[in-house]
Design a protein around this ligand. Structure first.
Ligand SMILES: NC(=O)c1ccc[n+]([C@@H]2O[C@H](COP(=O)([O-])OP(=O)(O)OC[C@H]3O[C@@H](n4cnc5c(N)ncnc54)[C@H](OP(=O)(O)O)[C@@H]3O)[C@@H](O)[C@H]2O)c1
Length: 342
């Protein structure tokens, strides 16, 4: 990357944006090459960049002039207008929102899975990324697909409130304090109280459908991702909002095409650099969201199968939704695209 190559981090004050800055800094990208952007709300704020701090600039179309790479860690509505503006300014663009995941003209890339798409010919200079749950699920399923073939994977995702950004985190903080003081909180970000509760709804319901947008997204994204490796397996499941702050837990039931002994399933998982296998239940070693903070791998364990249905394998996984599930995908994809810009 040339010294004058500039990277815009849009949404720099958010849950994901802050982790994007940390990941760029960890890769020794100098502060002078990084610009932090937010909306009108962040006027006058600055954000940490290692020892330095960056002023948050307002993300207006003309601000992207001179940027080589624009990383969008913004809500879908904002990405829909900011992405074309960044493209028009001549930048490469990576978007982590749901805005373009269903758009066949925008490659859907999961670094470490179909990374090669980043070097392929593309219509615009832009790619989008899957959600945190799809990221974790695909990384778990892929080594099993390679070793045994997979028909479908059923997931129940226990999603921390940071999946709803800084407002989600603030809402659980307030609800917890209210409940500890005997006050019934008024939900605003989530459809029901999430404090000391579980809510089987993440995002709105798709029009005329019993599936939420979050759940529908997993099925669509997994179909697009596995199509890039010539497969058509189905990922579907239930999204549950849980009263924890960071890190998601996932139960996966994976139907193999050809059953194999559990030891072979575990061995297949160990071949993936995207995974860390934690599976010594007798010593109480298994994945938990609290162990996965800032870990670039997805943790997986509790591998089991019934003798009566050996083709169905049950596992538990944990992922840091803000880093592995979003920010690291943005930075890894973005820096790969930056190689094309020089
Ligand atoms: N959180 C996760 O676990 C996760 C995982 C995967 C993908 N994602 C996706 O990542 C994106 C960001 O999520 P988040 O959790 O980081 O949300 P967040 O904490 O609410 O942060 C949103 C960021 O976007 C900025 N923003 C909002 N509207 C803007 C606009 N019109 N122009 C410029 N900046 C704008 C906000 O800046 P201001 O404060 O200045 O408005 C803030 O910095 C979302 O699309 C989300 O779906 C999130």
């Amino acid at each position: 990357m040339k010294d004058d190559f500039k990277i815009a981090v849009v949404g720099a004050t958010g849950v994901v944006g802050r982790e994007v800055l940390a990941a760029l800094h960890a890769r020794d990208v100098p502060a002078e090459q990084v610009h932090a952007f937010g909306s009108e709300r962040s006027k006058g704020l600055s954000v940490e960049y290692g020892e330095d701090s960056l002023d948050v600039e307002r993300a207006v179309p003309e601000a992207f002039r001179g940027m080589g790479l624009v990383l969008l860690a913004t809500p879908a509505e904002a990405s829909r207008t900011l992405a074309p503006a960044a493209q028009a300014a001549g930048a490469w663009v990576v978007d982590v929102s749901s805005a373009f995941r269903g758009d066949g003209n925008v490659p859907l890339v999961l670094p470490g899975f179909n990374t090669e798409l980043l070097g392929a010919t593309m219509k615009g200079r832009m790619v989008c990324l899957p959600s945190a749950v799809t990221t974790a699920s695909v990384h778990v399923v892929e080594p099993l697909r390679r070793a045994f073939g997979v028909v479908r994977a059923q997931v129940t995702a226990m999603m921390s409130v940071s999946s709803a950004g800084v407002r989600g985190v603030a809402e659980l903080e307030k609800q917890t304090a209210d409940l500890m003081s005997g006050r019934e909180p008024d939900p605003s970000v989530f459809p029901h109280r999430v404090g000391f509760n579980l809510v089987p709804q993440v995002g709105g319901f798709m029009v005329g459908s019993p599936w939420t947008e979050e759940e529908g997204g997993w099925t669509l994204e997994a179909a697009r991702l596995f199509a890039t490796v010539g497969d058509a397996l189905v990922l579907a499941g239930t999204a549950v909002q849980v009263p924890s702050f960071y890190g998601h837990g996932l139960t996966l039931n994976v139907q193999l095409k050809k059953a194999g002994p559990v030891e072979q399933v575990r061995a297949a998982l160990k071949t993936s650099p995207a995974l860390k296998v934690l599976d010594t239940p007798g010593e109480r070693i298994y994945p938990m969201p609290m162990l996965v903070t800032s870990d670039p791998t997805v943790h997986v364990g509790r591998v089991r199968a019934f003798p009566q249905a050996p083709e169905w394998v049950t596992l538990f996984a944990a992922v840091d939704n803000a880093t592995r599930g979003a920010a690291l995908n943005l930075v890894e994809a973005g820096l790969k695209l930056a190689e094309r810009a020089v």
